[in-house]
Design a protein around this ligand. Structure first.
Ligand code: SF4
Length: 269
C-alpha cells in the first residue's frame, strides 16, 4: 500500500533538532538541512548513500542477532562465529568493521540474550523505512516512524522493546519513550517497557516505562517537530539562498566527523 505523504517525525529527526544531553557540542542544524531538506541534490544524495563506519557496524550488528536467531544451532557450534561472518560477507568490509563485527559475533555467541525469550519481532537491519503510524494531534496529522529492532514478551506478558546499540554513545531516554509511543499505537492493549543493549560492551540499560501523560507529552513534542521541520523545508524550497539562515551551521571540531564536510562551505578542518 502506498504511504500517504504527510509531515513526519521520528526519533532521528528529534535528535537532529535537539542533541542528547552531553552531546551539544556536536550538534549542527545545518546537518539536518543537508540530510532532510537537500537530500535529493546529487552531491548530497551521493554522500548519504555511503554508510559511514559506525552506521555500517550498527547495521551488521543487528544482522548478527538476526542471523543467529534464524539458525540458533550456530550459537552452540565452535565455527558459529565464522559461519555467520560468511553469511554477512564480512570479508568485503573494511578491517575496522570486520574486527568490531567479529567481536560482536563472539560476544553474542557467549551471551545470546534473546535465547529463551518469546520474540515477536526481530529486525534484520536492512529493511529500510518502517511503515508509518498516522498520528492526529488536535487537528494536525503527521506520519510517525519508529524502527524497532526487537520486541519480545516478558513472562507476565509485558512487551519489551529492545534497541541494539554499538559504539560508546550513551543511551538516550527519549528514544525509549518514542518506542513506547509506537507500542501504544501498535499494541494498544499491552503494557510495554523499552531498554537498550550494547552489543559491544554487553551493557543493558534499566528498563524505561511511561505513563499516559508522558506519552501524550512525547506525542505533542513530535507533532511540534514535524510541523516546524515541514515549515523549514518549505522555507528552503522557496528561498534556497537562505539555507544557512534556516539551518544555521555550528562549525567546529564536529565538522571533522560530519558526512557533509566536503561540500559544506562552513566546514572547518
Ligand atoms: S561541516 Fe560542520 S558546519 Fe557544515 S554541516 Fe557539517 S558540522 Fe555543520
Amino acid at each position: 500500500m502506498k504511504t500517504i505523504w504527510r509531515p513526519f517525525a521520528s526519533y532521528n529527526l528529534w535528535s537532529l533538532f535537539a542533541p542528547p544531553v552531553g552531546q551539544e557540542r556536536w550538534h549542527c542544524d545545518m546537518k539536518r538541512g543537508f540530510q532532510k531538506a537537500r537530500k535529493k541534490e546529487p552531491s548530497v544524495a551521493a554522500l548519504l548513500e555511503q554508510d559511514n563506519t559506525p552506521q555500517r557496524i550498527g547495521h551488521l550488528a543487528q544482522r548478527v542477532v538476526y542471523e543467529f536467531h534464524q539458525e540458533t544451532y550456530l550459537l552452540n557450534q565452535s565455527d558459529g562465529v565464522a559461519r555467520v561472518a560468511e553469511i554477512l560477507e564480512l570479508y568485503q568490509e573494511s578491517d575496522e568493521v570486520q574486527e568490531r563485527v567479529i567481536s560482536i559475533l563472539k560476544n553474542y555467541q557467549t551471551n545470546p540474550i534473546l535465547v529463551g525469550k518469546t520474540i515477536i519481532h526481530l529486525n534484520r537491519g536492512d529493511e529500510g523505512f518502517p511503515t508509518p503510524i498516522t498520528i492526529q494531534q488536535g487537528s494536525y496529522i503527521f506520519n510517525f516512524f519508529a524502527a524497532i529492532d526487537c520486541i519480545f514478551t516478558e513472562p507476565d506478558g509485558t512487551l519489551h522493546i529492545l534497541d541494539f546499540k554499538t559504539g560508546k554513545s550513551d543511551f538516550d531516554r527519549r528514544q525509549g519513550f518514542v518506542y513506547l509511543l509506537a507500542a501504544n499505537y501498535l499494541y494498544p492493549h499491552s503494557k510495554a517497557i523499552a531498554s537498550f543493549y550494547n552489543l559491544e560492551s554487553g551493557k543493558w540499560s534499566e528498563p524505561i516505562s511511561a505513563t499516559a501523560a508522558q506519552l501524550n507529552a512525547i506525542q505533542i513534542e513530535l507533532a511540534r517537530i514535524a510541523q516546524l521541520h515541514d515549515l523549514e523545508k518549505k522555507r528552503y524550497r522557496q528561498n534556497p539562498d537562505d539555507f544557512a539562515q534556516i539551518f544555521p551551521p555550528n562549525s567546529g571540531i564536529n565538522c571533522q566527523y560530519c558526512p557533509f564536510n566536503s561540500i559544506c562551505e562552513f566546514s572547518v578542518s
